[in-house]
Ligand binder design. Structure first.
Ligand code: SAM
Length: 230
């Protein structure tokens, strides 16, 4: 039994229409929630996983948008998910659910994941609980294992606007990259790396081939921090 198990999750109330709410919220970019989930899955498949049959945990997986895209790109990987919102887990795609463990009980998870992802989770955790959340996710990694944290970039005005109008972001507090980096440093991760991602809206999609050259530019809509467990 974990502490999170007993906590009613604010996301339970949004799980039913979560995808539609998110689609509406990201419409400002001309894309849907699928585009953002694909982006993250592609990053993990191309830049993070050590081998195609690795073990991945999506910590704060919600209704499994990223898990579904990961399964398509890495069909031989084992993909598990954890979320404090039980009802969100009820909305997972049946195929994804069948092939992994999806739970609100950390005790049911492995302790030797190759990759643990926290995708847009930490800005929903109160400031005083964030290091603990990173810590708990890190404990589930094997050695060597990689932690991957995606977050909204508070320096991007369109991101701030989208968050301000999103019903499930009402209590969200965005993390500047330096805060996320600090948690990995405090947990003694090695090879800590920051990249900015998601630069161009759909109407400028012809510029997207430039994105791999812009990872240094602090204007991406989101950012990703990775680190290796020591
Ligand atoms: C914005 S949603 C992101 C869901 C998913 N990662 C995605 O990218 O589609 C944030 C999720 O984090 C979960 N969450 C919030 N606090 C958490 C915590 N302390 N531990 C695990 N999950 C948490 C919420 O229940 C919610 O499902």
């Amino acid at each position: 039994m974990t502490r999170n198990e007993n906590r009613a999750s604010e996301f339970d109330q949004f799980s039913e229409g979560y995808r539609e709410l998110l689609d509406r919220n990201v419409a400002i970019s001309g894309e849907t929630s699928e585009y953002f989930a694909c982006y993250k899955a592609r990053f993990i498949a191309e830049e993070v996983v050590p081998r195609p049959d690795c073990r991945i945990l999506d910590y704060g997986c919600g209704i499994g948008l990223v898990c579904g895209q990961l399964k398509r790109r890495l069909p031989r990987a084992r993909i598990d998910g954890y979320d404090v919102s039980r009802t969100s887990l009820d909305h997972l795609d049946a195929t994804v659910r069948k092939e992994g463990t999806f739970t609100s009980d950390e005790g049911e998870l492995g302790r030797d994941y190759d990759v643990v992802i926290l995708a847009n989770v930490l800005h929903h955790v109160a400031l005083e609980g964030r290091l603990d959340t990173v810590s708990r996710a890190a404990e589930l990694l094997g050695v060597p294992g990689k932690l991957v944290i995606f977050e909204h970039n508070p320096a991007n005005p369109l991101t701030r606007r989208a968050v301000a109008s999103c019903p499930f972001d009402k209590d969200a507090r965005l993390l500047p990259p330096r805060e996320t980096l600090r948690y990995l440093l405090q947990k003694e991760f090695r090879k800590i790396h920051l990249e900015y991602i998601v630069f161009f809206p759909r109407r400028l999609r012809w510029l997207r081939p430039l994105e791999p050259f812009l990872h240094w530019c602090p204007l991406g809509a989101q950012y990703v921090v990775t680190g290796n467990k020591a």
